[in-house]
Design a protein around this ligand. Structure first.
Ligand SMILES: NC(=O)c1ccc[n+]([C@@H]2O[C@H](COP(=O)([O-])OP(=O)(O)OC[C@H]3O[C@@H](n4cnc5c(N)ncnc54)[C@H](OP(=O)(O)O)[C@@H]3O)[C@@H](O)[C@H]2O)c1
Length: 231
């Protein structure tokens, strides 16, 4: 990824704390759209001051198409898209509000569509691209109280595989990783650290993502890769 222009969404989030240092270590030029400035501050503890200074931060709401276009126009070219943004809320289907349903779909699936759409426009002109999206184990093995999350992540898998099909015959690839539980600060706060040693470390998932985002992965298309750790 040396010298590649990387759009790294969610680079300030829990998974981003492992992926951002890994992408920087490979010599990429990194742009991170952020929503909450305090998470930009938190990232400072995870990368060296020199590496931090190399990151272009752009405020953005990636559920909004104009905002996505602004980020990508600021970059000029996108060689690699690593799309980590996503989130979930819980509730049984009969109690679940339409507002929350739409929020999960917006955050997981609409953001993926928008960043892929506008990155692909650049990649197709340039003739090169690597797209890595983040699904979830729940996309393959849906769990109760997570219907909107699992359905929207299944959509992320389908969208990524459709893009892989559309880009056959080019040097553009699209693949999706499917984590189980990631060892993030938020998960430790919510569930305690008792079982954290079994969860997937952000640094470990970062290795898989960085391979898929590399030139070397040119023959891997439309893969949905389980990264479950020990659970
Ligand atoms: N954590 C898990 O156990 C787990 C398991 C399976 C799959 N996943 C998936 O892995 C990915 C990363 O999860 P995570 O735990 O790192 O989540 P996280 O800590 O909540 O981070 C989410 C990131 O998305 C950004 N973001 C949220 N809404 C945005 C918006 N509208 N526009 C732009 N950026 C926005 C946040 O930016 P700010 O920091 O600026 O707010 C943050 O960087 C997600 O797709 C998630 O569904 C997570």
């Amino acid at each position: 990824m040396k010298g590649k222009r990387v759009l790294l969404t969610g680079g300030t989030g829990g998974l981003g704390l492992g992926v951002t240092p890994a992408v920087l270590a490979r010599g990429a030029e990194v742009t991170i759209p952020y929503f909450d400035a305090k998470d930009v501050e938190r990232l400072k503890s995870f990368v060296s001051p020199e590496d931090f200074a190399r990151i272009q931060f752009v405020p953005a709401n990636l559920t909004d198409e104009g905002s996505v276009e602004n980020v990508i126009n600021r970059m000029g070219q996108v060689d690699v898209l690593i799309h980590l943004v996503g989130g979930f809320s819980m509730g049984k289907t009969h109690d679940y509000s339409l507002r929350e349903w739409k929020r999960d779909f917006d955050l997981n699936l609409t953001t993926t569509f928008l960043v892929c759409k506008h990155s692909l426009r650049k990649m197709l002109v340039h003739g090169y691209g690597r797209i890595v999206t983040v699904g979830s184990r729940g996309a393959l093995q849906p769990a109760g109280q997570l219907a909107a999350y699992c359905a929207s992540k299944a959509g992320v898998v389908a969208l990524t595989q459709a893009i892989a099909d559309e880009t056959k015959g080019t040097n553009i690839t699209a693949n999706v990783v499917l984590p189980s539980i990631i060892d993030t600060p938020t998960n430790r706060d919510a569930m305690g650290a008792e079982n954290a040693s079994l969860w997937v470390k952000p640094e470990s998932l970062a290795q898989v993502i960085c391979f898929l985002a590399s030139e070397a992965a040119h023959d891997v298309r439309g893969a949905a890769i389980p990264v479950y750790g020990n659970i």
